[in-house]
Design a protein around this ligand. Structure first.
Ligand SMILES: [Zn+2]
Length: 378
């Protein structure tokens, strides 16, 4: 048990949040099990749970006879619809939002086509959306707002987004008065990486995991037991700008041969369109041979990038979140080239996983707000 540094009220609040977090992960428990798991006295837990029950946050759901002590054990369950969280994400020319309950179960979502050229216009649309969401879902405990780009999540300030063509936008300051609840601003890939922690089977908790997302843009992040690693200026994991072909095309960042400019979804569609006008990844069944050639080359380039990532950060698990995972030729090329370019010891100790379903950054943004809600500094 933590010692009360700043008074009993704060300690009580800390313990409440700790119990809340435990119940979110366990869903069903008992006062005794919580007291054992968190090393807090049975009395402390009982007072907290009684308050939660009075507030409708927790319900007693039945009695089980405990065989060891002979005393009955009352099962309690967190009521996930009493607290909700939302995520709003922006990518080039579109906005996607989603609302979840406290167990991260989807309640409502929508994707809109918007003009993302003017940051002030987009941020003002988001402000309107936050206000509307707060009225529609009074149980919201926070809204996470995400963008591609270099963002300081503490201040909610975007330094630059080459993908959107934005620079120096004080996003949180512009949103602050849109709704009377906590708002957070972060990078969408770093938010999506949090979802991997939600699925224990995808990546074991506390082991260093590198999450790599290939969509319109490409980004990645290292996530450890301490959470997302941001680096010295929030750019750790920006693997979309790893140089993988010095004679490659010019990237949105102005450099040549960046991974994103070669295998991001726009880049792949542009290559397919050159081979056969109108051909897109989404319509790949129309010309499978042409698509195979392009996607095999994309796999080679990603394999090269993975070897750089493995050497640099040595993750235990590398999660690839990418639509091309559907192509066996792609995944095979990635592994072949990554193996060829990586120290055998490092390669053989890295678990490379191709996700079959993409993580929704909106879910990660909502989850970040739930984690923030459960966090309290002592
Ligand atoms: Zn670049």
């Amino acid at each position: 048990m933590k010692e009360p540094g700043k008074g009993p009220a704060l300690l009580r609040q800390y313990n409440e949040k700790h119990v809340l977090s435990f119940l979110r992960q366990q869903r069903i428990s008992s006062r005794l099990d919580i007291s054992r798991a968190l090393s807090l006295s049975k009395n402390t837990i009982s007072l907290i749970i009684d308050d939660f029950i009075a507030g409708g946050l927790v319900a007693e759901i039945g009695v089980a006879q405990s065989s060891s002590s002979g005393r009955p054990k009352i099962h309690i369950a967190l009521q996930p619809d009493k607290m909700k969280a939302a995520g709003i994400m922006v990518e080039r020319q579109h906005l996607h939002w989603a609302v979840y309950n406290y167990f991260s179960e989807l309640l409502e979502e929508k994707t809109l086509i918007i003009d993302t050229a003017d940051p002030r216009k987009v941020v003002s649309e988001i402000a309107g959306l936050c206000g509307w969401m707060h009225r529609r879902y009074p149980e919201l405990i926070g809204i996470g707002v995400g963008f591609p780009g270099i963002i300081d999540p503490q201040s909610g300030y975007m330094h630059v987004s080459s993908h959107l063509g934005w620079q120096q936008v004080d996003i949180l300051a512009a949103l602050r008065h849109s709704a009377p609840l906590p708002l957070g601003v972060m990078n969408i890939v770093k938010a999506a990486a949090l979802v991997s922690r939600q699925h224990e089977s995808a990546a074991p908790v506390n082991e260093p995991t590198f999450y790599l997302r290939i969509a319109e843009g490409i980004g990645g992040t290292l996530i450890t037991g301490q959470g997302v690693y941001y680096g010295g200026s929030w750019t750790a994991g920006e693997v979309g700008h790893l140089n993988v072909a010095s004679d490659g095309p010019v990237c949105t960042c102005g450099q040549r041969g960046c991974l994103e400019s070669l295998i991001g979804l726009s880049a792949i569609n542009a290559q397919l369109n050159r081979l056969q006008p109108g051909l897109q990844w989404a319509h790949r069944s129309q010309a499978p041979d042409l698509v195979d050639n392009v996607i095999a080359r994309a796999g080679e380039l990603l394999g090269k990038a993975l070897s750089q990532i493995i050497h640099l950060v040595n993750p235990k698990t590398l999660l690839i979140d990418c639509a091309y995972n559907l192509s066996p030729l792609f995944t095979e090329q990635v592994l072949t080239v990554a193996r060829r370019h990586t120290l055998p010891f490092a390669y053989s100790h890295t678990h490379i996983r191709f996700l079959s379903h993409s993580y929704d950054p909106a879910l990660g943004l909502a989850l970040a707000m739930i984690q923030r809600h459960e966090h309290i500094e002592l």
